[in-house]
Design a binder for this molecule. Sequence first.
Ligand code: SAM
Length: 528
Amino acid sequence: MILDSHHTTELRRQAFQAEIDARKSPTERNRLGQFATPNALAVEIAQQVGSLIKPDKSIRFADPAIGSGSFFSAALNVFGSSRVKTALGVEIDPEFAEAARQLWSIAGLEVVTADFTRWIGTTVAAPNLMLANPPYVRHHHMERNEKERLQRLTFKMTGVEVNGLAGLYVYFVLLATSWLETGGVAAWLIPSEFMDVNYGAALKKFLTDRVMLSRVHRFQADDVQFGDALVSSVVLVFRKVPPPADHCVEFTLGGTMGEPHVRDMVPIAQLQRSHKWTMYPTHSANDRYLSNGTKGPALGEFFRIQRGIATGCNKFFVLDRADARKRGLPDKYLRPILPSPRYLKTTIIDADDDGYPLIDRQLCVIDCGLPESMLKTEYPELWEYLQTARTLGIMDGYLIGKRSPWYKQEQREPAPFLCTYMGRGSGEKQPFRFIWNRSSAIGNNLYLMLSPRNKLATMLQEHPGRAEMVYALLRQVTGHELRREGRVYGGGLNKIEPNELARISAASFIERWPELSSDIESQGELFK
Ligand SMILES: C[S@@+](CC[C@H](N)C(=O)[O-])C[C@H]1O[C@@H](n2cnc3c(N)ncnc32)[C@H](O)[C@@H]1O
């Protein structure tokens, strides 16, 4: 009977949820991270946590971002209403708060309409079970003052210093865990990106030092749980007690939590040393697993790898070459630059007589170090063009404000090889494109520029014809290798930073030209 009525209420909840979602614009939903947990997933998560709680123990439930109550519904389903002694949900959006109240107050759920991060100081009995899918709001959508307030509050309550690049969900996990009863258990459904990036370090440390993390289940980018949130997600399950030194965490990947595709036990001592957690479980099905820990040669030893230039405003600083000519801008302060990757149709770029790429649209970037006073008298056309920046309102930009003079670009030599900074692709397919650049164009910051160095540079000077083989070897790097070193974002978008590309194996270069290997040995000696 109870089950029946719970089932009916759950169906009503789904209808409410769909109705409220439909009324809101995507921007509104993004602002508050309003993407509900599918109930089947909430039930599965509750079941996993359930196995950590003794069957005779009563439950004091809490969800700090309750929405319409998918997790409360799951808790009733898994533990039964008689075991759930108290239940509290916090929700900032009055519409969802009211819906949750209407649906679940009869089953004992108390709903507080509040911003959880402001409500958290309130004295309320600590819950012993917390299930949550917090708002994923990214840092650049959070006001600066708000971020600073959250950083101060989190430090005060937990002693953890959160990096300013962290999304709202990081603060939720830390603050809510300080509220959880010692010995209580929690499950969090959050984006997996914290597992690999620097700003996730504080949370990772917290998860290995302060709580006993029992399970980390990562959904694969291909089976994204939230069609509309487009985020690769992970479920963390932990108990709020310090972990014993020999504790191991179960990492699972793909499939469902009940039936993951692969699993692996990872000692926390190892996790504490691991920069990237997505490399677990160590299994060939996990394409982010570093299959060999061996220190072979890496691309970084043969290439200096840098992001292309960030101009501060491409629309203003990058012009069609023909347009720049028409305006009379002096050639000596214009440099050829490649179009953004999506407009670049070819991966082998030849040059015309003056070094510009032989492509449909030749572009140049304004790059000049002369002071404005000199420009005004010596290059009035350029000076006049630069004056229009003021009316376009780009002078307040961060990069532009930092430069002197404000139109001087970062200096980059053209690089013969480039790699696009982001892209998609699964299996063997490279998510990023390698480019062989035989022109004098530089790249913008959507490219990584690879300039040969050490013995590879010498070899290419002596045998320029070998550049073609270098390019072929770069194209042989597998999609798996690239994704494993890079990072994956929602919906399977991959990005790779220079230091990540630098870690990719360059064994094929040594195989092809064994004489290159002495570089590595002598560098190895240096680091000993
Ligand atoms: C990702 S949804 C999850 C909702 C629900 N727990 C579920 O799993 O379906 C996050 C919820 O947090 C709410 N929210 C956003 N910011 C909040 C805040 N500062 N305090 C409390 N709730 C917040 C949103 O309105 C939204 O309902």
